[in-house]
Design a protein around this ligand. Sequence first.
Ligand code: NAP
Length: 599
Amino acid sequence: MTSDLEIGLYIFLLAGFLGYHIITRVPPLLHTPLMSATNAISGISLIGSLVVTGADYSPLSTILGTIAVACSSTNVVGGFLITDRMLKMFKRKDDQVDRVGQRLAAGPILWGAVTVAVVVLLIVAGTGRLDPGAAGRAHGGVSHQALSFLYIISALLFILGLKGLSSPRWARKGMFAAELGMLMAIVGTLFHHEIVSYRWIAVGIAAGSIVGATMGLRIPMTAVPQRTALSHSLGALAATLVGISEYIRQGSALSAVTMTAIGFEVIIGALTFTGSLMAAAKLQELLRGAPITYRGQNRSNMALLLAMGGLFVALIVVPSANTLFFVMVGLALLFGFLLVLPIGAADMPVVIALLNAYAGLADAAMGFVLANRIQIITGSLDGTSGFLLSLLMCRAMNRSARNVLFGAFGRVEAEAGRDESVAKGTVRTIVPDEVPGLLDGARSVIIVPGYGMAVAQAQHGVAELGKLLAKRGIDVKYAIHPVAGRMPGHMNVLLAEANVPYDQLFEMEQINPYFGEADLALVIGANDVTNPAARKDRSSPLYGMPILEVDRAKSVIVLKRSMRPGFAGVDNDLYYNENCMMLFGDARESLTRLFTALK
Ligand code: NAP
């Protein structure tokens, strides 16, 4: 007979395969919403935490469960709210006019979905009376089978939600389906026959919803990368706490298989928790963004990993060895912290995506522990999404995941960069009043945003300038490098926030052929992603990274504050080209001056 473990593994693999096919179809434009959407969906770990909190296990389980419920609710509420905030911003030129039409189209879908949800919930609540295990509980309880069917519908809605992200046109409707799936799963679980009290569940959900709503509604778009890192840490903490609670609860009854699942859950959960906290702190600049390194770092990390592995194996053999279990959790917490220490702030997106994948795996492991298949599905989807995004980013930088994780990129090169900048040649500068003359007769301008635009919060100024140029009959396009900024799709979200229609945003492969014909490339706070050394200089650490070929435009104006290098720490050869002029200053201020001069 097929065991639960086998079924779980089949589900895990199939969901990963399906996730791969769906997620590879999400365009880079929507990579940032994809991250927050998978994060919200992985908040399904809430249903496991609800049972642990509400069941009559032990006071410790209730405490750990309540914290886990609060963490997962934060992710669900905050994740869906911020995803919706972002998706609302993505509009084409036509969409900006046809709002009424869109609302009418969304209406029937919305009411149809709500009707289905209500009917399903009524069926579930009704079948509760049939469940023999429900007797004596605080409420009727819901039959195990009805809940399983409800979870299947929820999983289907999550998959539809992710599928919707294949186009900005369907993305919001898709996310609505996913939100509905989440609501159904949560409400259905509240009728779980093991739940005997709702007091601490209510506390956890209320706390998480308040924090999540505040984060989802108030966090500025420029802070989305750190919010994403923070929410991964919360999801991972929830998985770790539930794992610890289950370890204590099952005690001597633990089988080797369950111990393996709990081990995975707490190790991956704990290292993701501290690793993500570190990533958030680096992105928020609470910690130095540069890689922090010391001698023998990789070796000591490897030793730590081996020690953790050893303890894990020992626990599978002797699951009751409590002390070993808690030492293993402690080492995993330390490992997450040390793993992220030597990685530079600009490489955090790869780290975040990887940690996203780990958080998904921790969730899936929790699904195995609690025999909850929907968690296995969402964990697998989350894991696939995280791994795919990190691979895409590594490919876009022509770097290996090993180099990102263990190479301390952006440190050694920073020192080399400083010496180099002396010898390269003349740098031409320009002031805003000279720009209108340069644009006389211009027909095409390509705007290239980068991390500096996010730092200066200059996206609105960029959009205003774009509109002004378009009014003058100039064709304006925006060139988006896959790793510009500090998150995949970071620039798309910021420009969408400033109402730049997404049909004016061009991916690198699409826009590069246009640079040769452009009269002006206007580079705003982008550096590494425009460095021609990536094409020409074999000795450059950027060599081989596909770049935006701005140097091929007739003229180039670069808005940045100084000659300081970008994240890679290398001088930019572009700045010494004859067709390139530097407009020094904070990007936002420079854009205001440029706007005034052009008006
Ligand atoms: P970048 O190379 O880090 O350069 C950003 C530039 O912005 C800096 O040179 C800085 O120059 C300028 N700047 C900062 N604050 C500014 C302000 N207030 N006003 C004007 N300019 C300002 O950024 P990028 O070109 O966007 O490249 C992204 C980097 O991150 C790449 O190295 C990429 O490999 C890495 N990365 C990104 C991702 C991702 O997913 N996005 C993933 C992995 C790695 P000044 O200090 O002179 O002003």
